[in-house]
Design a protein around this ligand. Sequence first.
Ligand SMILES: [Cu+2]
Length: 486
Amino acid sequence: MIKLNRRQLMIFSLFSTGGIIAQKLLSNKNNNLSWAKSTPAVYKSKNGLLEVELIAQEIPVNIGGKTAYLLTYNGQIPAPRLEAKAGDKVKIKFTNKLNNSTNLHYHGLHISPNNNADNVFLEIKPNQTFNYELNIPENHHSMMGWYHPHLHGYTAQQLSGGLAGLFIIRGKLDEIPAIKSAKEKFIVLQDFSFDNNGRLTDSRMMSLMMGREGDVITVNGEINPQISLNQGEWLRLRILNASTSRFYNLSLDNNPFYLIATDGGAIASPQEMTRLLLTPGQRAEIMITGENKQSSLKLINLPYNRGGMGMMGNGMMGGGMMGRRNNNPSQILATINLNQSNQNNQSVSLPNQLNSITALPPPSQVRSFTLNHGMANGMAFLINGKSYNHQRIDTEVKLNTVEEWELINTGMMDHPFHIHVNSFQVISRNDIPENLLAWRDTVLVKRGERVKIRIRFNDFTGKTVYHCHILDHEDLGMMGNLQINT
Ligand SMILES: [Cu+2]
């Protein structure tokens, strides 16, 4: 039996109350028992404008043949996919039909953090409608962003209920012949935890500490969906980890694939690999060739140990109180069926050059951010020893300058660090230079690791945030306010 100190007990009872709120939210019976569609709608911009209405609402959804009461945008798991281009205007009429306040964050998009744009300080109350208006800059990368709730204290609960959708910016990468002619498939990874009645289960304290993981893993709201691929055809898999805490350690059963893009868009040239680790919030695009001897390829999630608190990290108590297993078995996420045809289809080869990325110059300012979980103060999640405070500005930076941030994880769990509005480049890990030049907005900082990143603050002044993308950690304080000044 684990003994809890006073503060830990306080936090525990706080979470129990949170659980009651969650139960109340879920007991709000929806009389409309039609299940949400498994294929999400797609809304694309026309003549420079995308206008869409989104309603956040609890609704019964069919997950693997069972009814689950999930939190959805427009009744869909995952939410509708939005597609725009650089230079477009996006108008979102958002209505909150949840029982708690919420808001929308446009993860990975380089847009204003102010007013009715990517403003995470907004609170949209139940039954309130809010009009978002986003201006996508002319020079925006073609990339894969996504949208989800970001109201501090509610983020993990709402995201783990299902609220997540893709926000694609189309552009140059989509026009490269091998990529344009490839079969494009989006993969939104989500995990859910619900009881026999299909009600989302309450996450108890210890699983919140580790970050909640659901035992039902879905790909676009389905369990092990089948994807068909013709011989000679390329498959472009565009993958988002929309889970609250779960890492995906992806393999194609040891078959090679080619990484072509990370969070912020195309990398310089395709990278052959056999493993891809995606933390919550991260995206990656991979190309898979239909030139294969097997009749099917399996997309597999391999075990990954992201640490734990004290003795729990080494597996002694891994399962029970932590609400997760460190030795979780591999799981098939999706199956790619290869259609052997007699036609001798010639596949278009991937080009060596996908994008030109210039390394950011040496910084004008260097800072360090220490991430840990403050056992001394009880169970808080801290950046530079501080728990998040709405009122406090933690970091002030200057527009149009380059900074180098050293992210130091002195805790016992891995933390994926995310910065809003501007993407960055990873420079080194434990002083070993990073050899992949890529635009990212979320980077894994493993326990005991020091990761250096460089970031330039472009185009937008205003107040925004950086935080751990294990969203339970964010809700428990692992976030800071970033002020960008002229
Ligand atoms: Cu974390």
